[in-house]
Design a protein around this ligand. Structure first.
Ligand SMILES: [Zn+2]
Length: 157
């Protein structure tokens, strides 16, 4: 019976979104990885985690954008992007599209950030930044570009 409740609160748009996010149409392997939770459950859990850590998705996305912007200046080489932090940007041909969907295309750009002291690194695409900023979506567990909020915050702040 609990299943019924879950199905009922899902609109056709939600179902379509789930489908797109789990398919490989826009991203190899999809955006949900092996995560069995619904998209809204993934978003809620990460939002809870973020607020526990004392950050908003806007703050996180803003910092990601800043770092990407600085890293772009390195033209593919490592540059300092913060205290004890190096960043590098790799650009690929083509565009990424928001699965929600949103109008507009995002550059296929990957930012890698490394903490020099620990060697710990994290990477994101421009689409990750958009998904976090606009949708609070860090992707499902096991997805290639899943970002763990805790690790992201530890690395970039
Ligand atoms: Zn979007």
């Amino acid at each position: 019976m609990t299943q019924v409740g879950i199905v009922m609160k899902e609109s056709p748009e939600d179902r379509k979104l789930e489908e797109v996010l789990r398919s490989s149409r826009l991203a190899a392997g999809g955006f949900m990885g092996h995560d069995n939770r619904s998209v809204s459950e993934v978003i809620d859990a990460d939002a809870t985690e973020l607020s526990r850590l004392g950050f908003t998705k806007e703050q996180v996305a803003e910092r990601m954008r800043q770092i990407t912007k600085v890293a772009i200046s390195g033209l593919g080489t490592w540059v300092q992007v913060g205290d004890g932090m190096e960043g590098k940007v790799d650009e690929a041909k083509g565009w990424l599209i928001c699965p929600w969907p949103h109008k507009g295309k995002l550059a296929k750009r990957i930012t890698v950030v490394k903490v020099i002291e620990t060697g710990e690194s994290i990477r994101w695409s421009d689409l990750n930044t958009h998904l976090i900023s606009e949708h609070g979506f860090f992707e499902g567990k096991g997805s290639d570009f899943r970002i763990e909020p805790r690790k992201l915050i530890r690395t970039i702040f």
